[in-house]
Write a protein that binds this ligand. Structure first.
Ligand code: GDP
Ligand code: GDP
Length: 454
């Protein structure tokens, strides 16, 4: 059995915890009874397949985590989507259309023994004009003898039919090799530092205390070298010691040089901010706790959120905060930081060193949230329950439904909801809020997008 031979579906096997960038989606389409479910079970291994048989959840549980030769991808079985079908050809055309939008590659499964039917042709026509890679799978080719029969399937206009037996596993490994080859290269996302110190952007408007904090945290020999070296070319980053750990404070050369000098112009400061955020995994945004939260503070926070980096907020100059200021600050936080209540906050003083070590657990928490991946099975169980407990309101006689969800990426966590129609913005926010309540993502922005079925 090729599943076992490759350790596929072995107990405990799951996606690696390490973020891997966006996970590509492969959709399986075809008319009823051609063997789509059997093929999907082959691809994902038997452990998840059992889950699919759970009564009551079968219909919506159509996306699964898969892994072939160490490469994770998501398999979507589009089979059960058409309760309101207006005839088979229309149904399968709609199914193919959805697959096209949702997937990075599509497997059109046909019955290799029966040959092509009108329904298969309807699906093929849609897929031909889609611009996504399509692999034509001729299933139920249980023996070599039957292979020559599939040649007639060239007529579907999707290239060479690929004979497999989903039931017996025949040709399935080769098919998966082909699928992976058809998938786009995983795009570059900010990857966690492989083993080395995590990359932190130390940002904030002028005078919040960035240089002071850098001085406090930078490793001893580092600052000595800087003072002495003067004009020698500095590496742009500083290594820092926080909470007994080494961290890389990225793009801090400018900060080191101007310790004690006047701050740069706002323009250069904002360029540095952008560069540092882009180079980092997590942004440590400094705010001056002794002063009101300003527009410029807000802009920097927005930049971090939009960049998709993890975020920790440090309220610096806490030594200057008295009871009065504390009262007003709490109100400013409620008003100005409401959209980012998920970001850990630490009250520090770069001057006295108060609580600076507490930055370490906050940064660690934020990075963990940033890298969180919810397994597809769990996510869809969650979606099923959410939709049952809190369905989308009826709009113009229609009630959009979430069919299933995937998390195609981490760093930050990104979610795609596949739906039967557009969702109210309020409902999407509700989904986001519930995602946070149930799965965490502390310290990380999350992105939720909606892909309605036509
Ligand atoms: P779906 O409706 O497309 O999801 O089809 P299923 O996966 O439920 O399969 C329909 C029927 O075809 C089932 O009885 C399967 O056992 C059978 N089947 C699936 N794949 C193969 C195959 O490779 N060879 C043979 N002989 N039968 C198969
Ligand atoms: P930067 O422009 O963000 O790099 O800010 P600096 O580190 O140059 O600090 C601006 C001013 O704030 C300097 O006069 C610092 O001494 C002062 N400062 C920085 N951190 C603290 C702090 O925690 N408490 C107090 N009281 N002053 C601070």
């Amino acid at each position: 059995d090729w599943l076992d031979a490759d350790g596929f579906g072995a107990p405990g096997l799951s996606l690696p915890d390490a973020p891997t960038g966006p996970v590509p989606v492969v959709a399986v389409v075809g008319r009823p009874n051609v063997g789509k479910s059997t093929l999907v079970n082959r691809i994902i291994g038997r452990r998840q397949a059992v889950v699919q048989d759970t009564p009551g959840v079968t219909r919506d549980r159509v996306a699964y985590d898969a892994n072939w030769n160490g490469r994770p991808f998501t398999v979507v079985d589009t089979g059960g989507w058409e309760p309101d079908a207006k005839g088979r050809a229309a149904a399968i055309a709609a199914q193919a259309e959805t697959a096209m939008q949702a997937a990075d590659a599509v497997l059109l499964v046909v019955d290799g023994v029966v040959g092509s039917t009108d329904t298969d042709e309807a699906a093929a026509r849609v897929l031909q004009r889609g611009g996504k890679p399509v692999i034509l799978v001729a299933n139920k080719v249980d023996s070599a003898r039957q292979e020559s029969d599939v040649a007639s399937l060239w007529s579907l206009g999707l290239g060479e039919p690929f004979p497999v037996s989903a039931l017996h596993g025949r040709g399935s490994g080769d098919l998966l090799d082909l699928v992976l080859a058809a998938l786009p290269e995983q795009t570059a996302v900010p990857q966690p530092s492989a083993g080395g110190p995590r990359r932190v952007a130390l940002v904030g408007r002028p005078n919040v205390g960035k240089s002071s904090l850098l001085n406090k945290l930078a490793k001893e020999e580092r600052s000595v070298v800087d003072d002495v070296a003067g004009t020698t070319v500095d590496p742009v980053d500083s290594m820092a010691q926080i909470g007994g750990e080494t961290w890389r404070l990225v793009d801090t050369a400018g900060l080191r040089k101007r310790v004690g000098n006047a701050s740069g112009t706002e323009f250069y400061a904002s360029l540095r901010t952008k560069g540092a955020i882009d180079a980092a995994e997590v942004a440590l945004v400094l705010l001056d706790a002794s002063e009101p939260i300003s527009e410029q503070d807000q802009r920097i926070l927005t930049k971090v959120v939009e960049s998709g980096r993890a975020l920790v907020i440090a309220f610096n100059k806490w030594d200057l905060v008295d009871d009065d200021r504390r009262y007003y600050l709490a109100r400013e936080i409620d008003r100005d930081l409401r959209r980012i209540t998920w970001a850990p906050r630490v009250n520090i003083s770069a001057l006295t060193g108060r609580a600076v070590d507490k930055l370490a657990p906050a940064l660690r928490t934020a990075l963990a949230g940033w890298e969180t991946r919810v397994p597809t099975g769990r996510l869809n169980q969650w979606v099923t329950e959410l939709v049952q407990a809190h369905p989308h309101p009826v709009r113009g006689g229609k009630q959009p439904r979430i069919l299933f969800a995937t998390q195609p990426g981490v760093c930050p966590p990104r979610f795609v909801l596949f739906t039967t129609g557009l969702l109210d913005a309020g409902y999407v926010r509700y989904v986001e809020r519930r995602l946070r309540e149930d799965f965490g993502f502390v310290g990380s922005p999350i992105q939720v997008s909606v892909r309605p079925r036509k």
